[in-house]
Each structure stands twice: as C-alpha cells, then as structure tokens.
Ligand binder design. Structure first.
Ligand SMILES: [Zn+2]
Length: 259
C-alpha cells in the first residue's frame, strides 16, 4: 500500500485513518449517489426471475427488484471482476452481491467449484506470500513496457477456512496473488478474529479498482467507481441509525466508528 496520502482521495484518506479523537466522516469526499429513496420502499417484492420475496435486490439472481430498476447507479469497471463464493455461504449477508448489481457488465459471481476463466487473471488473497497490490502494479507495468498484462481480478467471498481451500484449487493456485495493505474496513458485521484490515468483499473490490485506476489509467482519481459502495454506505448508515455505534461489537476495535 502506498502510504503517500497526497495520492489518495478524501474518502480513502478517511478509510486509512488511524484512531484519532476527531469526528469521523466515513465516505466523505466520495461521489456516491443519494440512496434515500430506498427508505421509502415498503416491504418486499417477488423477484421477477426466481419468484422469491426480496426487498432491494435478489441475492440469488443478482438483479435489482423492480422498484430499484433504473434508479440505482450502474458502473463500468476497467477490469473484469470475478467473485468466487462457497455454495454454502449465506448470500443475503454478503456484500459481494452489490458487485454484479451495481456493475453488471463487469462483475460475475461463481459458486465454487464453478470458476471463471483464469487466463490473464490475478487473485486477491490476503496471505503472507501475496504481493502488495501497488508493488505488483508497478512491477508488472515496468516488466511489460508499461502495459498491464492482466484483465481479470478474482476475489474469494467466503470464510477464511473455505477461502484457503478454494485458493488451493489447481486452477487458482498458480495465479499471481496480491493483497491490499493498510486499509481499514468500515464493515459493521462482527467478524471474530479478523483484523480491522479484513475488508468486506465490496470494499476490497472498490479499493483494488481505485488503486488500479491510479496506477495504470490516471493518478488523478475522480471518484468514477465510488458508487460501488452505494449499498454499502446505505447499510452502514442504516445500522448506525438503528444501533448505538458505541455498543456495536464490530466497532470496539475501531473507536473512531463509534462516534
Ligand atoms: Zn431471484
């Protein structure tokens, strides 16, 4: 992780903040569309595809429910994103679902053992042997005459044990492994034993894409992908309105989120 803060957007500076006593404004400076109309959506509707009853989006079919159609941001990403999830994970709780709904052309979800095409792919995996993402971008760029030779980033959306298993699948085990360093999560769900830098899947996708943009497209990032956090921000604020942030177990190790 490049810790030279002058290259980071306001939002990322906030995310990278270490504990201080100053008021914390998550998402400050980010270009995220207003989601307040979601508050007016009453009850659930039937998913037009699978007929299950859902509120905002179907986490099985990865589509928005009719009241959200044409009203939520649609983002095009500069890299293909593939999310591999364990089939037994509870889809409704994962932020991975936000990816294909907000960036349908760029994000696909695979239920293991189904896997994406792994040609020209890199794997985001927070292991000791994984290379820092910024270092990886710089190195591959200089080794390939300024051209980045990869087209797809693969994320694993699963518990740590399952993630470890999936990453050791022969189709994935040989891929370059990269990790994000020093970015603290804003996730409200308590994840036992996980460090604060363990990001929710949609956060990890967002930060990887932003860092890619800065390293390989334009060092000046103008917020093009901030809407990836559209639902994440909405739920983040919702949770803070419902529960006292001071009592949220997941925030005990992140006092600046308790304000
Ligand atoms: Zn459905």
């Amino acid at each position: 992780m490049d810790m030279d803060n002058s290259r980071l957007s306001e939002g990322m500076k906030n995310t990278l903040r270490v504990v201080t006593n100053a008021p914390f404004h998550a998402f400050k400076g980010m270009k995220i569309e207003d989601a307040s109309f979601l508050d007016d959506i009453d009850g659930r509707t039937k998913c037009p595809n699978c007929c299950k009853s859902r509120k905002f989006f179907c986490y099985t079919c990865y589509i928005p429910m009719p009241p959200l159609e044409n009203r939520i941001p649609q983002i095009k990403l500069p890299l293909e994103v593939a999310i591999v999830k364990h089939p037994q994970e509870i889809d409704g709780k994962s932020t991975a679902t936000h990816g294909p709904i907000l960036a349908p052309e760029s994000v696909e979800v695979y239920s293991y053992p189904n896997l994406p095409d792994t040609q020209k792919s890199i794997l985001v995996f927070p292991s000791k042997d994984a290379e820092d993402l910024c270092d990886f971008f710089e190195r591959t760029k200089s080794e390939n005459d300024g051209i980045f030779p990869f087209e797809r980033v693969i994320f694993i959306d699963s518990t740590w044990n399952q993630t470890y298993r999936i990453c050791n699948d022969p189709k994935l085990s040989g891929l370059p492994r990269v990790k994000l360093n020093g970015i603290e999560s804003l996730f409200w769900r308590y994840q036992r034993g996980n460090p604060v830098t363990h990001l929710a899947t949609i956060e990890a996708i967002y930060h990887v894409i932003v860092l890619y943009h800065k390293a390989l497209i334009n060092p000046d990032y103008e917020g093009d992908y901030d809407n990836l956090l559209y639902f994440f921000k909405y739920f983040f604020n919702k949770i803070r309105n419902i529960y006292d942030p001071k009592k949220l177990k997941s925030y005990a190790t992140r006092p600046y989120l308790q304000e």
